[in-house]
Write a protein that binds this ligand. Structure first.
Ligand code: NAD
Ligand code: ZN
Ligand code: ZN
Length: 344
């Protein structure tokens, strides 16, 4: 089978040929129909050799969807031909967090050497993928794998962050989305579907601001050093009750802190390395800052249900498997509108 692998620190990903995998006991073989291209992969491929956490070569792709192609012995509740999405942030299944479906916060994954597909374990950017447990496969139930595969991360991650702030997003409130890319353009739609808040989107690129308006942002603001003042002007000086930063670099977390209202939630989702100090004279009173990671199995079901109801529509640009390296190049250059999806 063909697979897209990161093989050498600092080098571009490559399309290679590997033996077709076969499911062992308890495993499921997925014929991958679609794999999303996330900016986190670009971050991974920029990390230095020293302290690099995964073994190479690594088959990329932590957003996957496709058809059950074969079932290992002992697997029940699934049939060949079922259309499914992959739950990525896989945990041990037994610790206190996993017991609540919060496998993204598994307490034992590191100790047991459990890695998400595409982020340590072989990922979805291949013709076939082995799934270690049937509980990681969620029925698509009528959703198209190509347009819904980004919901497994670009949908689930903002959903998890937004859910935490729902009590603050009452009528008359404002939510700010920083970075209207893969995650951000879904976040805007989730905020519109789940809250009565006014949604203001920030980005550095005009095309991204245009996409933000298309998917439901009420206002858009260029993300420069005047952005926080602009948001304060738009909110009568109060600022935003919730800020979701899908960049997470120092300039954006600084903006996030500066436009956060009294008692606001700031969620730093992007892994750009920025930090936001909280203090009596640094941020507004009672601002709470969180750095959420991905989402729970239950939340993935909720996101897919929202999409089935038509509340969320991911904008995708598709690439053949041989064009996957180009998809990464274009994402790196800021040239993808919405989410790039590779069709293996
Ligand atoms: P993307 O490239 O699709 O989108 C990023 C967007 O941010 C682009 O539209 C870009 O123009 C915009 N941007 C860049 N610099 C900006 C600035 N200074 N101000 C405002 N906007 C700016 O990336 P993505 O795949 O949506 O990922 C977004 C971030 O979230 C990445 O850092 C990724 O690694 C991270 N991520 C985190 C989690 C998590 O669980 N915490 C999960 C998935 C992705
Ligand atoms: Zn991701
Ligand atoms: Zn666990």
């Amino acid at each position: 089978m063909k697979a897209v692998q990161y093989r050498e620190i600092g080098a571009a990903p490559e399309v290679v040929t590997l033996p077709d995998p076969e499911p062992g006991p308890g495993q499921v073989l997925l014929k991958v129909a679609a794999a999303g291209v996330c900016h986190s992969d670009i971050a991974v491929m920029s990390w230095p050799a020293e302290g690099f956490p995964y073994r190479l070569p690594l088959t990329l792709g932590h957003e996957g969807a496709g058809t059950v192609a074969a079932i290992g012995s002992g697997v029940t509740g699934l049939a060949e031909g079922d259309l499914v999405a992959v739950y990525g942030p896989q945990g041990c299944g037994r610790c206190a967090k996993c017991a609540q479906g919060k496998e993204n916060y598994c307490l034992r994954a590191a100790e047991l050497g459990i890695f998400p597909p595409g982020l340590g374990a072989p990922g979805s950017m291949a013709e076939y993928q082995l799934i270690s447990d049937a509980r990681f496969l969620v029925p698509l139930d009528g959703l198209d794998p190509v347009t819904s595969v980004p919901l497994t991360d670009a949908g689930l991650t903002p959903y998890h962050a937004i859910k935490r702030s729902l009590p603050k997003l009452v009528p008359g409130s404002t939510a700010v989305v920083i970075g209207a890319g893969g995650l951000g353009h879904v976040a805007i739609q989730l905020l519109r579907a789940l809250t009565p808040s006014r949604v203001i989107a920030l980005d550095v690129a005009d095309e991204k601001l245009a996409l933000a308006r298309t998917v439901g942002a009420h206002e858009t603001v260029l993300s420069d050093d005047r952005a926080a003042d602009r948001v304060r002007e738009l909110t009568g000086g109060l600022g935003a009750e919730a800020v979701f930063d899908f960049v997470g670099a120092q300039p954006t977390v600084t903006i996030a802190g500066a436009l956060a209202a009294v008692e606001a939630d700031v969620s730093i989702v992007g892994i750009g390395g920025g930090a936001l100090p909280v203090g009596i004279n640094t941020t507004a009173f009672d601002v709470a800052v969180a750095a959420p990671y991905w989402g729970s199995r239950g939340e993935l079901g909720e996101v897919l249900a929202l999409a089935r109801g038509g509340a969320v529509e991911v904008h995708v640009e598709t690439f053949g498997i041989d064009e996957a390296p180009l998809a990464y190049e274009r994402l790196h250059a800021g040239k993808i509108s919405g989410r790039a999806v590779v069709l293996p």
